[in-house]
Design a protein. Structure first.
Length: 238
């Protein structure tokens, strides 16, 4: 048995999501799959399999089952809001988009890591997959503070992809005054480093809420096109 121990450790390391710990992590897809999400769920459903529609590469097709969250063939529904609220956290999440589709993962419902079909793109912006989306002032029509990913790690439409995100929530004093900005400590896209120690001074564009708080839910964008999610695993750091 002693000779098998190193092989066992290697296998465990290969199949375990980065950052996740079985003793500490919380899966947001469990039971009936949608139990961890609050309020109106719109057209979000559970699925057992997801793949590109053979008749339309801009759509996804699903098969009955559990383990996958899917926002429907048109991808024009509401956002998913978790019942769990988080502060500092590590997040592992896997997603699939068809050709040209768009979604986003919002830490605390406020700070977005962009999801987009950016496969093969050369010149990257904050709007591409893995980007930290810009802040935006609707009254002035002015955007600022977007951060493109360091590299394009995007896979082809219809392939499963992953983010591993370490996030630090904003800090507040006893009077509720913010004393430190939220920070993306590290963001990995399909195993490649795309951000490190990037602060965000406030909620990014299309966030659910415009204020900032110590603890809030995770949000998955559901109205910008078809998207599927699986293995949504939060590991609280506080």
């Amino acid at each position: 048995m002693k000779t098998l121990a190193p092989l066992f450790v290697l296998i465990v390391a290969m199949v375990s999501p980065p950052f996740a710990s079985a003793a500490e992590s919380i899966s947001l897809i469990q039971g009936g799959d949608l139990e961890s999400w609050a309020g109106d769920l719109g057209e979000w459903t559970s699925a057992g399999e997801i793949y590109l529609d053979p008749d339309d590469p801009m759509r996804l097709t699903s098969e009955r089952g559990t383990g996958i969250l899917f926002n429907g063939a048109t991808g024009r529904t509401i956002h998913l809001i978790s019942t769990l609220e988080h502060a500092d956290v590590k997040l592992h999440i896997e997603f699939m988009v068809p050709e040209g589709s768009n979604s986003g993962v919002y830490l605390q419902g406020r700070y977005e890591i962009q999801i987009l079909d950016s496969f093969g793109k050369k010149d990257l912006s904050f709007e591409d997959c893995g980007g930290i989306y810009q802040r935006y002032d609707e009254r002035e029509g002015r955007g600022w503070e977007g951060h493109p990913p360091r590299v394009n790690a995007s896979r082809a439409p219809g392939e499963w992809q992953s983010f591993d995100i370490e996030f630090q929530a904003p800090r507040f004093d006893e009077q509720g005054n913010k004393i430190a900005n939220a920070k993306f400590v590290r963001v990995m896209h399909n195993g490649q480093l795309v951000h490190e120690n990037v602060e965000v001074t406030g909620p990014t564009r299309a966030s659910k809420w415009r204020d900032e708080v110590p603890r809030a839910p995770l949000m998955l964008q559901g109205d910008h096109g078809p998207v599927a999610y699986r293995n949504v695993i939060l590991t609280p750091l506080d």
